[in-house]
Design a protein around this ligand. Structure first.
Ligand code: ZN
Length: 148
């Protein structure tokens, strides 16, 4: 299992999905993790209540980039309400409040980050893009998101 998780992170770090600026974005929010130096901008395009498109760009460690990439694939096509559920669930996952075996059917590739909870300094790396996207979905896009 561990090996599989590592593969997902390596793959998404090497070939991040939706890694581009979104020209016609409805909103964009910048996120920083000063502890590690991770820095991303998340772009969102809505169609009514649905996240029609979500992209990101920036730089950071493998965990932060892979997390942003997997997030973009998970949230695309979801409603804002569904996205909120994923924000909650992912936060629980990386802080160790969710058992890896629980809800595995809905977590899919997110399970790759279940090991992060064993490394407290990495929790902020994995959570950065999610906090940033959450602020964007909630319309709180006036100031950058910082994990500090
Ligand atoms: Zn990092």
């Amino acid at each position: 299992m561990r090996e599989l998780y590592r593969e997902v992170i390596l793959d998404h770090n090497k070939s991040p999905r939706n890694y581009r600026k979104l020209e016609n974005a409805d909103t964009m929010v910048e996120g920083f993790n000063p502890l590690c130096g991770d820095q991303y901008t998340v772009y969102l395009k809505f169609e009514g209540d649905v996240i029609a498109d979500i992209t990101f760009e920036g730089s950071g460690c493998a965990i932060s980039k892979a997390s942003a990439s997997v997030m973009s694939t998970v949230l695309k096509g979801k409603t804002k309400k569904e996205a909120e559920k994923f924000f909650e669930k992912f936060h629980k996952l990386i802080t160790g409040e969710l058992k890896p075996g629980e809800h595995i059917e809905t977590l899919g590739k997110l399970s790759a980050f279940s090991g992060v909870c064993e490394f407290p300094s990495r929790v902020k790396c994995a959570g950065l893009a999610w906090h940033t996207a959450r602020a964007a979905v909630e319309g709180d896009d006036k100031k950058p998101v910082s994990t500090e």
